[in-house]
Design a protein around this ligand. Structure first.
Ligand code: PLP
Length: 469
């Protein structure tokens, strides 16, 4: 029987997975990333050999090129949205000092041990001391996993199964469908809404407290951190609420949201912990990863005995933070200006100057792929973000580029998240740290070249090719 010779089967040339994984060239990667991750890169490279798009000899190099830099799938991303605190991008970026502190604390560390005496010590005492020093008006400080946890703990510790009086204008949804009223009633407390959406008076609170009788009760003041009610509005000052609470034996809890510890001149409307405590709040709760610029966390600050009740409540154990958080929080409080505050304070002229430098470098770097008409410096308006200062415009500047840049930048290296605005991609520089400008330029140049190459590949036929056809 005659045998027709078939084309060589490329599968024959694919080395076996075990053999590839045993290659000494992959040993360091297996040691640092783990075998399963390297194995999936091997399987992907083998598939390319099978399809004929990769020579078997290039297999190891392709595996190494296909490996992620760490064993986590979370990737560093440049935030060019102009939203300084972007929930989808992990809110506050940590300062280099906080990052270094996390690395140091990552192994075994003296988080709960006094090395001098060899005995147990208060967990995270360095971070607590730094927090107490940063908020001298607080008699006590405590830290939990996030702002919502801080609020739940404060309410539970001061009014378990009691009454929580809150203004209708402060019933906020904090994101992803979570609503404050549901959070509070989940503690077993009963919610008493007072006033109206736009106006609530001291008498409204007084009436509710009188109706409560002897049940432990809290007046809760919440900062509407992600929206603003303007026009005909009214709310009693915190000091008046504090006086009312003292008179009626209730506690005043103030959820300031963003975690500003003291007033910031650029955000005059944003509530801060020092002001709320001086006005007489028993407890102030806040997030650590908004305008404080630290790791995810929730602060409980206030009267020493009220904080101690929160700290000793069984729920506190369920909300306990880890050593990495404590390390980063302490370094944020004692270290250099955190990135979110630096981004807030940078003068707009400096942002604009960076945009102009970036534009010139991009046109040059793209080597003719981008004309002057494709990229321009634009003024822009940045915002603090859902984490604080709603309605406060931050003058900014950036680059305007053709719309297809947005998607290509997102899948680039490093990924850059920009804004689509009126059919253009806007790269807002206020939310990008100046130290990342070189990385941003590299990502922009790569996208410009790739988009132009693609455009040529799929370009509509020109009149001359019509003639040829
Ligand atoms: C952000 C915010 C919260 C929730 O804090 P997380 O840290 O996200 O849990 C609660 N209250 C207010 C007013 C907030 O702004």
């Amino acid at each position: 029987m005659e045998v027709v010779s078939a084309p060589p089967d490329p599968r024959r040339a694919v080395p076996r997975t075990d053999a590839v994984l045993a290659d000494p060239g992959l040993a360091p990667a297996i040691a640092s990333l783990g075998r399963p991750l390297v194995k999936s890169a091997v399987v992907a490279a083998q598939q390319r050999v099978r399809e004929g798009s990769l020579e078997p000899a290039g297999l190891i190099a392709a595996v190494l090129a296909g490996l992620p830099s760490t064993a986590s799938s979370l990737r560093p991303v440049l935030n060019a949205t102009g939203v300084l605190l972007h929930t989808n991008l992990g809110r506050a970026a940590l300062s280099p000092a906080a990052v270094a502190a996390i690395t140091d604390a990552a192994g075994t560390t003296d988080v709960e041990l006094d090395l001098a005496t060899g005995t147990r010590a208060r967990r995270g005492r360095g971070a607590m001391a730094a927090l107490a020093a940063a908020v001298p008006d607080a008699g006590g400080v405590h830290v939990v996993g996030n702002g919502a946890g801080a609020l739940v703990l404060a309410v539970t510790a001061l009014a378990a199964a009691g009454r929580v009086v809150i203004s209708r204008g402060e019933m906020v949804e904090i994101g992803d469908g979570f609503r404050l009223q549901e959070l509070i009633t989940s503690t077993g407390a009963q919610l008493l809404e007072v006033g109206t959406t736009n106006r609530t008076h001291l008498q409204d609170y007084a009436g509710a407290l009188d109706a409560v009788g002897d049940a432990p009760s809290i007046v809760l003041k919440v900062h509407p951190s992600n929206f603003r009610i303007t026009g005909f509005t009214s709310a009693p000052p915190t000091a008046d609420l504090a006086a009312l609470c003292r008179e009626r034996g209730a506690s005043l809890v103030v959820d300031i949201g963003s975690g500003l510890l003291a007033p910031h001149p650029l955000l005059p409307e944003e509530p801060d912990a020092a002001t709320a405590l001086r006005a007489g709040a028993d407890l102030v709760t806040a997030s650590a990863d908004k305008l404080l610029g630290g790791p995810q966390g929730g602060l409980v600050l206030g009267r020493a005995d009220a904080v101690e009740r929160a700290r000793r409540h069984p729920l506190a154990r369920a909300l306990r933070v880890d050593k990495l958080m404590l390390a980063a929080l302490e370094a944020t409080l004692t270290g250099p200006t955190p990135p979110v505050i630096a981004a807030l304070e940078i003068p707009v002229a400096e942002v604009a100057a960076r945009a102009e430098r970036l534009r010139r470098a991009l046109v040059r770097g793209a080597g003719g792929a981008l004309g002057d008409a494709d990229v321009s410096v634009v003024t822009s308006t940045a915002v603090v973000g859902g984490g604080g200062a709603p309605g406060v415009p931050l003058p900014s500047a950036g680059l305007s580029l053709p719309a297809p840049f947005a998607e290509a930048l997102r899948s680039g290296s490093p990924p850059v998240v920009a804004r689509l605005e009126d059919g253009a991609t806007v790269v807002d520089l206020r939310s990008v740290p100046p130290t990342a400008d070189a990385d941003l330029l590299a990502a922009l140049v790569a996208v410009a070249r790739a988009l132009v190459a693609d455009a040529h590949a799929v370009a509509p036929r020109t009149p001359s090719s019509d003639r040829e056809g």
